[in-house]
Write a protein that binds this ligand. Structure first.
Ligand code: SF4
Ligand code: SF4
Length: 383
């Protein structure tokens, strides 16, 4: 085992990153029993914690990069060891030394794209609002009720653009006074931060906060639970507070306030997948389900692992940008779980989950068995 970083440095970085709780671990191993990785390969968060406590972290190990930050083990830990924060702290050391195993190398190009164009998809900043062409979507101006912040994947990815378009159509139908920032919007920075690149995160966050303040933004509607999490729980580190609402919550509100009427039948059997950053990290389990239950004709069946026990799609913690070998993809297992409960559609409300599931559906040859939908896409058809 080669230790590029010395004992003191590792301990200091862990402390500085809020990961000092490592030392309270008493090695019970509960984290490993719930970690989804252990259904596919051997991975021990317990061991990572142990090694880091003694400053013996092998920063060249691929294990440093496996955690998807799904939140399942912190929920079980009897000693409140902050595994995610500590794991990110270890990645910061590896990032600082530029030590990336082969499967993690794409992160370098992602960083370049984020710093140059504000998105991880190697797309041009100037085309960030192209998804809205042909729809009546205005640029945000001060005094508008809501800023709609679609985020990177719904702005650029051909599959996810449909989600941004569905959201805009719904907002227009409900008569919501909203606008978008287009080119002035940057990636929220959540995932690059989880890869240990604090500098990139800080730059993206500062640029977004400046754009929000300069444009008089007060309330922000987001499509991604990752944007939700970082705006709500991490941007306040800059002493700013915006009201953040996720589309699932807003749909629930619009329907309850009588601003959206679900008139069309949607005769499909569906199941709902809780995204980690909406569910476990932010406690939003009921609103998306309540919205689905209100749709006439729709049948909702729960999968074996749902709500607090939801199975991660595998895309969090920056894993969406890393290579995961066939046979080790959590999303394949999730597709199987959805098919097992007889679902024709797997519904969720996270761009990363949709990306992972669409990919699995195709590579598994299950594209004729199940479809993947965002909650907004179903509501768009029901109104
Ligand atoms: S569950 Fe907590 S206390 Fe137990 S081994 Fe894991 S980190 Fe340590
Ligand atoms: S947060 Fe999730 S992926 Fe990471 S070690 Fe814990 S259970 Fe495993």
């Amino acid at each position: 085992m080669e230790n590029v970083a010395d004992y003191k440095e590792i301990i200091d970085v862990i402390k500085a990153s809020g990961g000092d709780a490592f030392k309270s671990c008493f090695q019970c191993g509960l984290c490993d029993t719930v970690c989804p990785w252990n259904r596919f390969r051997t991975f021990s968060m317990r061991k990572l914690v142990r090694q880091a406590t003694f400053g013996l972290t092998d920063i060249e190990s691929e294990d440093l990069w496996l955690c998807t930050t799904c939140g399942r083990c912190p929920q079980q830990c009897p000693r409140d060891v902050k595994q995610i924060e500590s794991g990110v702290a270890l990645r910061r050391i590896a990032t600082e030394y530029g030590v990336f195993p082969a499967s993690v190398k794409p992160i370098r190009a992602i960083r370049g794209s984020l710093m140059g164009e504000g998105n991880p998809l190697n797309e041009e900043r100037k085309s960030r609002a192209d998804w809205a062409k042909g729809l009546s979507v205005k640029p945000f101006t001060e005094g508008m009720e809501i800023l709609y912040f679609p985020g990177c994947y719904p702005s650029y990815d051909p599959r996810l653009k449909k989600v941004a378009r569905a959201t805009a159509n719904i907002l227009n139908k409900a008569g919501v006074d909203f606008g978008i920032l287009g080119e002035k919007e940057n990636c929220c920075g959540e995932s690059i931060r989880k890869t240990g690149d604090e500098e990139a995160y800080l730059r993206l966050a500062r640029e977004n906060i400046k754009a929000f303040i300069d444009n008089g933004v007060k309330k922000i509607l987001v499509s991604s639970p990752h944007c939700y999490h970082t705006f709500k729980n991490e941007y306040p580190e800059f002493m700013v507070h915006f009201e953040i609402i996720h589309t699932s919550q807003y749909l629930f509100e619009l329907i309850n306030d009588g601003k959206l009427e679900l008139k069309n039948e949607y005769r499909k059997k569906v199941t709902y997948h809780d995204p980690c950053y909406l569910g476990r990290h932010n406690g939003i389990y009921d609103e998306p389900r309540e919205v689905l239950k209100k749709i006439p004709g729709l049948e909702l069946n729960e999968m074996i692992e749902s709500r607090e026990d939801s199975l991660c799609c595998g895309g969090g913690g920056g894993r969406i940008w890393m290579e995961t070998q066939k046979g080790e993809r959590f999303s394949d297992l999730r597709i199987e779980q959805a098919i097992e409960v007889g679902a024709e559609e797997l519904v969720t409300c996270c761009p990363y989950c949709i990306t992972m599931f669409e990919d699995s559906r195709l590579t598994m040859g299950a594209d004729d068995k199940i479809e993947i939908k965002d909650l907004t896409e179903i509501i768009q058809e029901a109104i």
